[in-house]
Design a protein around this ligand. Sequence first.
Ligand SMILES: NC(=O)c1ccc[n+]([C@@H]2O[C@H](COP(=O)([O-])OP(=O)(O)OC[C@H]3O[C@@H](n4cnc5c(N)ncnc54)[C@H](O)[C@@H]3O)[C@@H](O)[C@H]2O)c1
Length: 268
Amino acid sequence: MLDLTGKVAVVVGAASGIGRAIAIGLAAQGAVVDCGDLDTVGVEETVATIVAAGGTAKAATMDVRLSADVDGLLTRVAAERGQLDIAVGTPGINVRKPLIDYTDDEYNAVTDVNLRGGFHVLRGAGRIMAAQGSGSIIVISSISSRAVEPGQVIYAGTKAALAQMVRVFGAELGPLGVRVNAIAPGPVETALTVPIRSSSAWANAYSEKVALRRWAKPAEIAGPAVFLASDAASYVNGEVLYVDGGWVDLDADFADEKAVETDTAATA
Ligand SMILES: NC(=O)c1ccc[n+]([C@@H]2O[C@H](COP(=O)([O-])OP(=O)(O)OC[C@H]3O[C@@H](n4cnc5c(N)ncnc54)[C@H](O)[C@@H]3O)[C@@H](O)[C@H]2O)c1
């Protein structure tokens, strides 16, 4: 069920981290994987890795903030390969600071990549797949869509928006045979989290939040992406799959315990 032989995928944000791992993971299951990213060198490295392992892939330099770039890549791949079965939108950036210190430029930078970029991938792939009558679209949300951490107001807002966008878009495209889902990772060892991992106290504090007591490797997000892309997930639509080692549920359990303690105290 996880075999992707004969499927055509596009992964946007494939030069690094989670996007690169997903591109390699989809290719390992047999998909043709065309890769896009702003980082030309990085995306070519990803493609070289896939090709060296016997896969088929092509690199494109593109900016997820520009609808012409996203639509250009998706339509070109669909035309050249004859179909578009899987589209993955991964780019995300963060500016960590209290909201009251956020500048307009910082707000624009984060929302342009995370939210507008996600919208471009959802809409571009959705149009092609709706006409085709099949396909799987995956975007990357985050535990930040539910977990609360000061300094993350705008980033968390974009990730919560993506989570709700896939639920609603999944309802729009489901009748047309297209599935739309998100993955919400916990802490993953990528370039994005270098600032956190450069402080062992901060990195360990994150590990402590995770039931598995460790960070994820990027490849651990690839398996869930392969699942959502494949026939194994043929009845999974409009879903946000938390791949967080148990962070969000542990947080929720603590919150429940606190609520019980408060109730008991109030009753007592
Ligand atoms: N690393 C984590 O702990 C973590 C946790 C939860 C969610 N996420 C999300 O996972 C996704 C991938 O992040 P990552 O950790 O792999 O980061 P990363 O920095 O390793 O990779 C991000 C990739 O996006 C590309 N990119 C950035 N702006 C772009 C643009 N305008 N157009 C095209 N490509 C662009 C970068 O060049 C890079 O290749 C992001 O959406 C991030 O928010 C990451």
